[in-house]
Design a protein around this ligand. Sequence first.
Ligand code: BGC
Length: 425
Amino acid sequence: MPSFKTTRFDKTTLALATGLVAAIGMTSAQAGEVEVLHWWTSGGEARAANVLKELMEAEGHDWQDFAVAGGGGETAMTVLKSRAMSGNPPSAAQIKGPEIQEWGELGLLGDLDTVAEAEDWNGLLPETVAEIMRHDGQYVAVPVNVHRVNWLWANPEVLDAAGVAMPTTLDELFEVAEAIREAGYVPLAHGGQAWQDATVFESVLLASGGSEFYRRALVDLDPEALGSPTMIEALTTFKRLRELMDDDMPGRDWNIATSMVIGGDAAMQLMGDWAKGEFTAAGLTAGEDYLCAAAPGTGDAFTFNIDSLAMFRVTEEAEREAQQALARLVLEPTFQEAFNLAKGSIPARPDLDMSDFDSCARQSLADFQHTAEAGGLVPSMAHGMAVRADVQGAIFDVVTNYFNSRDMAAEEAARRMVTAAQAAI
Ligand code: BGC
């Protein structure tokens, strides 16, 4: 079996070759510059972003990298707002979920309908994905992938040393954690940042209440669900997870937490599958050097997080051409495969050959497809897919203040959750 490194090299070479052929064949298209704002700065993320840069350059376009570090993208969005307010947005930006609509309403996004029609995006993309990319019926963004958020990652050597197996329920998680602690390891690697707290919280909520409850609470913002006993139970369990984490977690970046699992200091991490990009970048193989499983108690439920690039209106024809090329390349098989192999996600288009993908990606795709058929897919609140940014910010505050407070009761946190959702509506 080829290693990941060989596979990636072959794919990148293929990508470049394909791009060069396209570039030679390009007679009418103008080469332009595209400035792309994103927050893909960790080892795995940067490898993935580089695939797009190389493909654009192979078609003769200039890539201006506008990377703003900070997991979850909060800092990147702040920077984007200030650039847009000063009348100088980048030509493309990593914008997701309902925020695409917010930018669309401001009238700042350019449309991608020409390329969408030429490439038959309507036929290609699942409607759940396509509808997020349209504003007022027009495509304004292009999806790069589908990330699953409710994952647990583990180092099998550490589990073995503690004599435990991968936990499948929350009760099992607490049980194995005790054995792991006794064996001298940190049970759960975590970074104390609001978005990481929220990432863990939403998986616990999904486990405690199931997809339907998750939807009522974190998508519909139903006050009854937000203040319910199920919410209080989820908050209580979430807070107990603190005991499985180490004292140095405040401020720690998510990829540093992943490296604790890779290096064998910690046993597990609850994180979306961009964490797999870090294992892959370290040359590790899924199912052998590291394990993945649905976050304990969540089974085949699926919190999705779709990364997408939205295009801002531009005036120059060359810049517009570059944007159209970017949008086209993103959905082509070459990019979808090479990018998603490096990023840890699954392709945004479901028609690709998955034989080069690992067991975690194949499980993700299978769970995505049958959960979608059963109507049970839920958008990730922590990753900007469920509610608008102001509501998300208000929920983050409650979650993180409660997680870090010495004396706030779960009942009080649930009450604040109701107020946060109401205030933001
Ligand atoms: C993004 C991922 C990214 C992760 C960590 C998520 O919100 O969707 O692409 O890897 O944040 O920065």
